[in-house]
Design a protein around this ligand. Structure first.
Ligand code: SAH
Length: 223
């Protein structure tokens, strides 16, 4: 696992929200069962308020999902932290995220992992997210526009793939683009969804269910 990338103090935007507000959010995540110290530290540093509209910035450190436009949402910090913690268990060096949205999950991954790729189907969200990561100096993350159901074959295979929108069924392209020993994490289902892990061992997939979740649906095609 790469060491935690330290954001420069001026990029952390600490001046906007008091360090206490963020510490409170991270304390709550710890109380809710998030254990990985690197994940907790990265969440202490990352300016979540820069990933939502200014009008919502004051709510950025509540443990709640927030709208990011186009009917999409930035996931609740607890679930972002939980998925990241599960992903780090296998010490991946190259990961793919499907559903960039605001770019917050992607930025968190970029603080913790050497090489991060992310795909978003909605162009306006993709360009905003790309700009945010550039401004934060997170150069190890690359965001592209496309249908993430197909994965990102040009850069496959990946040590881990994280999907932040829910497909009804397991997309085969994603499991194909997973390295041996790799892990796919995704919400699976329609109205009732479960956060699932699929580990690839000797070419076979082993499924483990984590907890019930609610994500926006994984939709076909890019716009
Ligand atoms: N990880 C995001 C959460 C975004 S919500 C964040 O940290 O903010 C899920 C995102 O998945 C939405 O932006 C939605 O447009 C996107 N999405 C849905 N289907 C997709 C697909 N097939 N390919 C790529 N992105 C998709």
């Amino acid at each position: 696992m790469a060491e935690l990338l330290q954001l420069k103090p001026q990029l952390q935007g600490i001046g906007f929200t008091s360090p206490r507000t963020r510490k409170r959010m991270v304390d709550r995540l710890e109380a809710a069962g998030i254990k990985n110290p690197l994940v907790l530290e990265a969440l202490r540093q990352l300016p979540r308020h820069l990933f939502v509209d200014e009008a919502l910035a004051h709510r950025a450190y509540e443990d709640t999902a927030l709208p990011i436009g186009h009917g999409q949402t930035l996931s609740q910090p607890y679930i972002v932290a939980r998925m990241t913690e599960i992903l780090l268990e296998n010490q991946p060096e190259k990961v793919l995220e499907i559903g960039t949205g605001s770019g917050f999950q992607c930025a968190l991954l970029a603080c913790l992992i050497k090489e991060v790729w992310s795909v978003e189907r909605l162009e306006p969200l993709m360009s905003k997210a790309r700009k945010r990561l550039q401004e934060l100096g997170l150069r190890n993350a690359r965001i592209s526009h496309g249908d993430g159901q197909m994965g990102l074959s040009a850069h496959a295979p990946f040590d881990a793939i994280l999907v932040t929108a829910a497909p009804k069924e397991l997309p085969e392209s994603l499991t194909e683009q997973l390295n041996e020993g790799g892990r796919l994490i995704l919400p699976l289902g329609d109205k009732e969804q479960t956060l699932c892990i699929f580990d690839k061992n000797n070419g076979r997939l082993v499924r483990k269910d984590i907890e019930p979740v609610y994500f926006v649906p994984l939709l076909p095609g890019a716009q």
